[in-house]
Design a protein around this ligand. Structure first.
Ligand code: PMP
Length: 446
């Protein structure tokens, strides 16, 4: 998400000039709004440490005092991150049995029964023949992409793909081209140009072509136009790589992500990547694909050989969460959570629209950025929300283009309607204060 993205969008000269000022000086100050220690689990409410307090002489002191805030900042989409009646006892058991770490790579002593079980379960859940686990979501992209493609290959990446994909693509040695965000038409243009290579259309100068997209774009809240993108990939015989960090578990009737929601056959997506850090309330990541691809990764991927395997209690947390989602815990809690996150997200989004905010993203998506635009509004919005006990994450350059700063709301199934109404009241008040209701709602007969 750095220079090439801005170059396409025409921001390059401004961004390069201001990068040092913005990231080193202003951003460090902005972080003060939210980058504070958290003193509780990332549930629907969290305890945020107030870093400083003033004494009678108005001198600032470090403090361990906390504010109890409605949490609109964590990716705890299904509410599994806090103590769960089914997951937590299993996780405690696994902690006692296996300890927090295997202290070993997968191919040495780092494969427990839980790792094998989770790989099978993930493959079944996402609808692919096999899967492989990694201890970190970020490294799943950055370490796997170079194991799938190298010099002589071509990666075509959505312009708003996550930094872990950008780094994986750059580190692979393949040629990287970017297509306009979520545009199947522009993807086709890039493919035509690259395949023809200035020569007759039959010439194909690349050993392999991989097109990389995300299920829900994390800074936009937008769903991938997957059916259209797959149609183009099929036409030009390119592989598809889908990052479902924010969509797996969070959307689709049974939580199976963007393919289920949009009616895409998972056989049409070659490589399905996801993380366990959002809907499953754990850590780590996975790749699910054909048995051949997974075997290939198990043979050659350095992160499989040289990195300590996923923490066993973290693996157990995901196993238990998926069982709840599938109803295999013997309850209907999973289905209720899925219905709840959809209702919560759609309610919150439509209320924000009614208040006159500019909100990005699609219905059903639990990620909803409220546009602030002017980076100067970030500290005001974030601090005023925090003062009223609503914790919101603001994002800006370099994670977004310089002039497109936003507050990124993440909704959870754990939020009650009461929590959401309270948060909306605060956001509305702060929106008026900061001046970010760009589309004031006017009743038709007023
Ligand atoms: N892919 C995407 C699309 C992400 O948004 C993120 C992080 N939020 C990651 C990968 C990295 O995942 P993790 O935080 O689990 O390391």
């Amino acid at each position: 998400r750095s220079v090439p993205v801005f170059a396409i969008q025409g921001y390059a000269p401004i961004c390069l000039g201001l990068e040092d000022f913005y990231t080193r000086r202003l951003y460090l100050r902005i972080q003060d709004c939210f980058n504070r220690p958290i003193a509780s689990a990332p549930d629907s409410w969290i305890d945020v440490v107030k870093r400083y307090s003033k004494d009678n002489n108005k001198t600032l002191h470090r403090t361990s005092e906390t504010s109890h805030c409605i949490n609109l900042g964590s990716y705890n989409y299904l509410g599994f991150a806090a103590a769960d009646e089914y997951c937590t006892p299993h996780v405690i058991e696994s902690l006692k049995k296996y300890s927090p770490s295997t202290c070993s790579a997968r191919v040495d002593g780092g494969t427990t029964k839980l790792h094998a079980e989770l790989e099978d379960l993930v493959a079944r859940f996402v609808g692919k023949p096999a899967a492989i686990l990694f201890g970190m979501g970020y490294a799943t992209n950055s370490a796997i992409i170079p194991s799938l493609i190298g010099k002589g290959g071509l990666i075509i990446s959505d312009s708003l793909n996550h930094n872990s994909i950008v780094n994986g693509a750059r580190g692979s040695g393949a040629t990287v081209r970017v297509f306009q965000h979520n545009s199947a038409a522009h993807l086709e243009e890039v493919l035509r140009e690259q395949i023809a290579g200035g020569q007759p259309r039959t010439h194909r100068p690349w050993k392999k072509i991989i097109v990389i997209v995300e299920g829900i774009y994390s800074m936009e809240g937008e769903l991938c136009k997957l059916p259209e993108i797959i149609a183009v990939c099929k036409k030009y015989k390119a592989y598809t790589y889908l990052d479902e960090a924010h969509s797996i578990g969070a959307i689709g009737k049974s939580g199976r992500g963007v393919c289920e929601l949009l009616g895409v056959n998972t056989a049409d997506v070659d490589i399905m990547m996801g993380t366990f850090t959002k809907s499953f309330g754990s850590c780590g990541g996975y790749i699910a694909a054909s048995k051949e691809i997974i075997q290939h990764l198990k043979k050659i991927c350095p992160a499989h050989f040289y990195a300590t395997s996923m923490s066993p209690p973290a693996a157990q947390q995901v196993i238990s969460a998926i069982k709840v989602i599938l109803g295999e815990d013997g309850s209907s809690r999973g289905a209720k959570k899925l219905a709840q996150i959809r209702d919560n997200s759609n309610f919150f989004r439509s209320e924000l629209h009614k208040m006159g905010f500019e909100v990005l993203g699609d219905n059903d998506s639990p990620v909803m950025p409220i546009m602030l635009y002017n980076p100067g509004k970030i500290p005001a919005f974030s601090r005023e929300c925090l003062r009223r006990n609503v914790a919101v994450v603001t994002v800006a350059f370099p994670a977004t283009p310089l002039l497109l700063a936003r507050a990124r709301i993440c909704i959870s199934a754990a939020h009650t309607r009461e929590d959401l109404i309270k948060a909306l009241e605060v956001i509305s008040k702060v929106g008026d204060l900061v001046g970010i209701k760009y589309f004031p709602f006017e009743p038709q007969n007023a």
